[in-house]
Design a protein around this ligand. Sequence first.
Ligand code: HEM
Length: 492
Amino acid sequence: QKKRRKKWSRYPPGPASLPLVGTMLSVDFHNPHHSFGQLQKKFGNIFSLQNCWTNVVVLNGYKTVKEALVRKSEDFADRPQFPIYEHMGYGKNSEGKSHENGHSLMALARERLGIVVARYGHMWKELRRFTLTTLRNFGMGKKSLEERVVEEAGFLCSAIKSEEGKSFDIHILINNAVCNMICSIVFGDRFDYGDETFNKLSQLFQNSLNEEAGFLPQLLNVVPILLRIPGVPQRAFRAQKELMDFIDVIIDKHMKTWDPAYTRDLTDVFLKEMEKGKTAEENGFHYSNLRLVTMDLFTAGSETTSTTLRWALLYMLLHPEIQSKVQAEIDKVIGRERPPTMTDQASMPYTNAVIHEVQRYGDIAPVGLPHMTYRDTELQGFFIPKGTTIITNLSSVLKDETIWKKPNEFYPEHFLDAKGEFVKPEAFLPFSAGRRACPGEQLARMELFLFFTTLLQKFTFVLPEDQPRPREDGHFALTYSPHPYLLRALPR
Ligand code: HEM
C-alpha cells in the first residue's frame, strides 16, 4: 500500500481538477494542440489531465514521444475505450452480421474490432499484419498500386482541366481521387467522379470525421450513459451509421460475385482467410471484422491523404516561388509528358523536401490517436499506471523548437542539407511511431508523391485575383484541415 502511494506521488502534474468535469474546461476541444502547448509551458513535457473520471497523460516534444512510442512501445500500445465506437459496431455490443456465420459472440465480446480502435492483443496483431501484407502484395500484382495511383492522377487532371482555368474549390475532386485509391484496393474498382453513389460516399467520410471531434462526442466518450438518452446517438453519429450501411451493401454485393479462383482485391483476400475455418475466425477473420477493417481503411486512409494534398496546393498558392522550383525540378527530371514513377523520387530532393515540409507544417494529425498504457510504466521518472489514456502531441514534435530551425514557418530547407540533398530529421513523425504507427505510410507516401508531381507537372496553381488571401490556419476535427479556398489551375 505504502509502495503504491509512493508511486502515485510521482504521477505527472497537471491543472487543478474540478468535481465531475475534471480538467475538461482547460482544453479547447476545437484546438487541443494549442491548449496542450500552453499547458506544456506550465507543467513540462509530461502532464496529466482528468476527463471526468478518466486519467489522461499528455506527452510532448520529440524526446518524450519517441521514448514512449519506440523505446517503451509495448507499454504504450493499447487503445482506450471509445464508447462512441461501440455504438457504431466496433465493440462488444455489436452483433453485426456475425450470427450468419454462426461464430461465437463471446469471442467477439472479448476484444474490440477492426484495427484502429482495437485493444493491443492477438486479434489486432493478426489484422494489422494482414493489412500490411495485403497492401504490400498489391504492389506486385497485375496492376501495381503505383500504376493505379498514376492512372487516378490522370483522371484527376482531366477533371481539373475541364474547369478551364476558372476559379473553383478542388476539395471534392481530391477527395474523390484519394477515396478511389481505397475503393480500388478494397473493392477492386474505382468510381467515376460523376457517379452519384460515389459522391455520397466521399461526402459521408467528410461528415463522419467532423463528428468525431467537438464537445458532444468527447462528452459521450467520457460519460457514455448519455448515449441512452433517446436521439443523442443518432444526432452524434448519423453519418457514421450511414457509412456503415453503405459499406455493408458493397460487401454483400461483393460476396455474391466472389469466385475463390480469382483475387480481385483486399476483400477477396479477407474472404479467403475466412474460409480457413475456426482458427482463422479466432484470429479475427470473420464478417464483423471484414466490414470494420474496410471502414478503418476508408476513414484512416482517405481523409488524411486528401487533407495533406489540400495543404500542399494551398502552400503552393501562397508560395509561388516554391511552386516554380518544384516545377523546374519536374521538368528537368521527368519532363512534361511522361507520368512520374516512384523511382524519380530519389532524383528529386527539392520536391521530396517540399512534400515532407507540407506534412510537417500542415500537421494534419496534431494529437495523433489516443493510446492507453498496457501495463504500469515509468517515463522520465514519472509513474503512469496501466489503463491511463495517453495523448501523443505529435504537433509538439513536428514543431519542436529544440529541433526545427523555423518550426512555425513553411521552410522546405528543413529537409535539405548544405549540398541540396534530401535529409529526414528523426523528429519527422506525422505517421507516429512504434507498434501502432500508421500501417498506411507507404501507400500515403506514394500517393502524395505521385499526385503532387502529376498535378504540378500539368498545371500551375494560382490565386484568383478577386479572392481574399486564403487563411493559413486550419480547422480541427480529429484531423487539422485547411479552411475552404478557391484556386485556378492554368494548364502548362
Ligand atoms: C494510424 C497518420 C494515411 C491506415 C495512424 C496514426 C497516425 C496516422 C498519426 C495514429 C498512430 C498511433 O496511434 O500512434 C496518417 C497520415 C496519413 C495516413 C498523416 C496520410 C498522409 C493512411 C492510409 C492508410 C492508413 C493511406 C490505409 C491504407 C491507418 C490505420 C491506422 C492508422 C489502419 C491504425 C493503426 C493501429 O491502430 O494499429 N495514421 N495516416 N493511414 N493509419 Fe494512417
